[in-house]
Design a protein around this ligand. Structure first.
Ligand code: ATP
Ligand code: MG
Length: 300
């Protein structure tokens, strides 16, 4: 069955989109998994990572002609989605910046979460993974959408505000009815430099404490405590200047988008990035597998 991974943090700019892009592209390009990315953010950042501007123009025309819709209209249930094939194994349901104006009115009806999940498990079951890139602070969208996830991953940067946001996200998730809680598989420390070993350990401990405290407000322990050593990933999503620069932009149609080239080992710095993103992606798969043993899989 398709596994849905939601990448969320109420805090903006913590690396959600970059992490989602890298996990999706590593799963598909390095491990041969079939992956669908859903860009659920009106900012459309992940759409820009995987779809060059010339292709985006074509998609707009295609959507009009074939009466297909972009991500948010599909999510609320008003049409058939565009599914853009970026590579053999990687596809994207794109967002578009026009949604920015609509965002404040957007609430996903509770029942739609179930029918969307059914659609994914039915018509889209060829995909082994669906990666959901979520916006910060759009509660009417994040709240309902994370309910359909099989795994919730939260990136956390080197600021205490990201930890506060993690605390409230975990509390909100824990407050959901038992059959609607997405399994929280861990926080990923993002954008640390490799030389910051001591800092990484400090943040690892802090993030762990924050998760424990959030659970404690419900008198609970993190569900995966026994099986996984820590709610914080062992792997760190390190800062790399070339990861700050992964928007698609190939004007020659024979060229692949930047991130795909990086992960295919086609750039001089590819191995530096693969060195930490491969172990991270392996850990994502491992944590999901363990979580499924503990929680079972899919919405009831
Ligand atoms: N590992 C990394 N190395 C270098 N730069 C990074 C890395 N991860 C993220 N960044 C940079 O940090 C900034 C924020 O990252 P990103 O857009 O992924 O965050 P976000 O949480 O999705 O933001 P938003 O809340 O606006 O959606 C961007 O400029 C991005 O290029
Ligand atoms: Mg983002």
């Amino acid at each position: 069955m398709t596994k849905i991974i939601a990448i969320a943090n109420y805090k903006g700019g913590v690396g959600k989109t970059t992490l989602a892009s890298v996990i999706a592209a590593t799963l598909s390009e390095r491990f041969g998994r079939k992956v669908l990315i859903i860009d659920a953010d009106p900012q459309s950042n992940i759409t820009e990572v995987f779809i060059p501007p010339t292709s985006f123009e074509k998609i707009l025309g295609y959507a009009r002609a074939q009466q297909r819709v972009f991500s948010l209209e599909w999510i609320v249930g008003s049409g058939e989605p565009i599914i853009y094939k970026a590579t053999e194994n990687l596809a994207v349901v794109p967002s578009k910046p026009e949604y920015i104006g609509l965002a404040k009115y957007l609430v996903v009806p509770a029942e739609r979460v179930y029918s969307l999940r059914k659609e994914i498990d039915g018509k889209l079951s060829e995909f082994e993974y669906v990666i959901l890139d979520l916006p910060p602070q759009m509660y009417g969208l994040i709240g309902p959408l994370i309910k359909m996830a099989d795994a919730l991953v939260t990136p956390v940067t080197k600021t205490s505000f990201a930890l506060t946001a993690l605390y409230f996200l975990i509390r909100d998730v824990r407050g959901l009815p038992p059959n609607e809680k997405p399994p929280f598989i861990g926080a990923v420390l993002t954008r640390f430099r490799t030389v910051e070993k001591a800092n990484i350990e400090i943040y690892r401990r802090r993030a762990r404490r924050v998760v424990e405290e959030a659970y404690m407000t419900y008198g609970m322990k993190w569900e995966l405590e026994e099986s996984l050593k820590s709610p914080v990933f062992e792997s760190v999503f390190y800062a790399h200047p070339k990861l700050a620069d992964i928007r698609a932009l190939p004007f020659d149609p024979s060229e692949n988008v930047r991130l795909i080239r990086v992960l295919r080992g086609k750039t001089r710095y590819s191995s530096q990035i693969l060195n930490f993103v491969e172990p991270l992606t392996i850990e994502v798969e491992k944590r999901i597998e363990i979580s499924e043993k503990v929680h079972g899989s899919g919405l009831p």
